[in-house]
Design a protein around this ligand. Structure first.
Ligand code: NAD
Ligand code: UGA
Length: 456
């Protein structure tokens, strides 16, 4: 029976996931280890280094009891029965496969460290998203461990989405566990199943072979991203034809075979994983000589890129083909609402293109201003940052809504409009606001995939 769990990597996945496991397994010691001492200190203090609704409460339950954070990765490895590896696996930026393949350096360092410091029998669980057949490489590293060490490698990819991580973890659609089809592999699967079964109904715990589990994670993200790109491609047709993408999404989403979720057209998907995981899939396809399959998935990323570019082109066109010297208030910098995460946020590209047009950009976001400052550190004083959206919009020629924060729905747009330059423009990159209402106030409104409401 598992008594001591370790998670290596105290990030967006490791922290929340272990907090929920610790909550439901009070008799198990759960430790999260990270080489980033600042992150560890933040978790230990009960004020996590990431913003995630509901996280603080779950974290504090564990911190008072069986949840620990440490920067002593090696010491923690030595005393654990089961180790989740939840380190970052970003897109490689150098060498072979640059721009596509997953950068596995953190993962491999972790595997070697586990090999050196583990004692007795250890179950190693891939929590990070990894290329298919990574478990094989892990197994090969572990075969050098000597007679006193035994390892069993499982794949248990994480499907949480940021902003809803705690509810996703508390009530997952499924938990996926892949393992070797050997007696010891099946035994290890059984032990991990028993952990999740403390709070997840057994019929939602799926067990597969390792390769199916690894591939399912990449495929799930590819399918979700594909839906966003599909509806975004439809939004472009809507803008040309007078169709309304919200009406089209409702019409197609009510077909139960299609379903209503992930049909919100917008300025493009962001986040640390969709693009990374599709590119990883593309690289894998190329590796196996499946170039047609690679091109198919690549198109999902290309459509996303096009959607971001299209958004800025529309702004330029609407604002008389020049943005030079104009103040643009950017509402939202996070890649989605309810997170402070800006990794691959469409706002990064949109702001950079606006700055290239010599606009003065003022960014507001309730949680992501620190990250925004960091992401745009190189652009100097043509970008400014304001916590209050009304102040950001004061004296602006245009507002661009780039994140779907619900607080932007409750602002006094009459007052905001009164403080803006005329004609005042509003580009709603998330179809968050009521265009008719804004038009009545006096804005020229451009939503995604919906007819323009203009008075020009
Ligand atoms: P993250 O960057 O927030 O966290 C990773 C952590 O690992 C960092 O704190 C880093 O310091 C630590 N780390 C790196 N190398 C280490 C080492 N050798 N020893 C100890 N710690 C080390 O990343 P994340 O968003 O939590 O993602 C982790 C993995 O989970 C990725 O593979 C990602 O694709 C996957 N994933 C992420 C999400 C998400 O919503 N962010 C959801 C599902 C899956
Ligand atoms: C996504 C998946 O939903 C998770 O299941 C997965 O675990 C995670 O990636 C991961 O592997 O990292 P996440 O990126 O946190 O989660 O957030 P999503 O809700 O999927 O949104 C991703 C992006 O797509 C956001 O920029 C969002 O604004 C955009 N999106 C989403 C749309 O533009 N339209 C939609 O209808 C849905």
């Amino acid at each position: 029976m598992i008594q001591k769990i370790l998670c290596i990597g105290a990030g967006y996945v490791g922290g929340p996931t272990m907090a929920v496991i610790a909550k439901h397994c009070p008799d198990v010691k759960v430790t999260v280890a990270d080489i980033n001492a600042d992150r560890v200190r933040a978790w230990q203090s009960g004020v996590p280094p990431i913003y995630e609704p509901g996280l603080v409460d779950v974290l504090r339950v564990g911190l008072d009891r069986n949840l620990h954070f440490t920067a002593d990765v090696e010491g923690a490895i030595a005393e654990s029965d089961l180790i989740f590896v939840s380190v970052n696996t970003p897109t490689k930026t150098f060498g072979q496969g640059a721009g596509r393949a997953a950068d596995l350096q953190h993962w491999e360092k972790t595997a070697r460290s586990i090999l050196r410091h583990a004692r007795g029998r250890t179950i190693v669980v891939e929590k990070s998203t990894l290329p298919v057949r990574t478990a094989e490489a892990m197994d090969r590293i572990f075969t050098n461990g000597g007679a006193d060490k035994r390892f069993e490698v499982l794949s248990n990819p994480e499907f949480l989405a940021e902003g809803t991580a705690i509810t996703d973890l508390e009530s997952p659609d499924r938990v996926l566990i892949g393992g070797a089809e050997t007696p010891s592999g099946q035994a290890a699967i059984g032990e991990l199943v028993e952990i999740y079964a403390r709070w997840v109904p057994r019929e939602r715990i799926l067990t597969t072979n390792v390769w199916s589990s690894e591939l399912s994670k990449l495929a799930a993200n590819a399918f979700l991203a594909q839906r966003v790109s599909s509806i975004n491609s439809v939004s472009a047709i809507c803008e040309q034809t007078g169709a309304d993408v919200l009406e089209v999404a409702r019409a197609i989403g009510t077909d139960r075979r299609i379903g209503a979720q992930f049909l919100r057209a917008g300025v493009g998907f962001g986040g640390s994983c969709f693009q990374k995981d599709i590119l990883n899939l593309v690289y894998l396809c190329e590796h196996y000589g499946l170039s047609e399959v690679a091109r198919y998935w690549e198109a999902v990323v290309a459509m996303n890129q096009y959607q971001k570019e299209r958004f800025v082109q529309r702004m330029i066109r609407a604002m008389f083909n020049t943005l030079a010297g104009k103040r643009i208030a950017v509402f939202g910098f996070a890649f989605k609402a309810n997170t402070g995460d800006t990794r691959e946020s469409p706002a990064i590209q949109v702001c950079r293109e606006l700055l290239a047009e010599r606009a003065q950009v003022c960014i507001t976001d309730p949680q992501a201003l620190a990250s925004a400052r960091h992401d745009l550190a190189d652009v100097g004083d043509r970008v400014s940052f304001e916590l209050d959206p009304c102040t950001a919009a004061a004296g602006a020629h245009a507002i661009a809504v780039l994140t779907d924060w619900s607080e932007y729905q409750n602002l006094d747009y009459g007052r905001i409009h009164a403080g803006m330059e005329r004609p005042a423009f509003l580009f709603d990159g998330r179809n968050l606001l009521d265009p008719d209402e804004l038009h009545r106030i006096g804005f020229n409104v451009y939503s995604i995939g919906r007819p323009d409401r203009t008075s020009l």
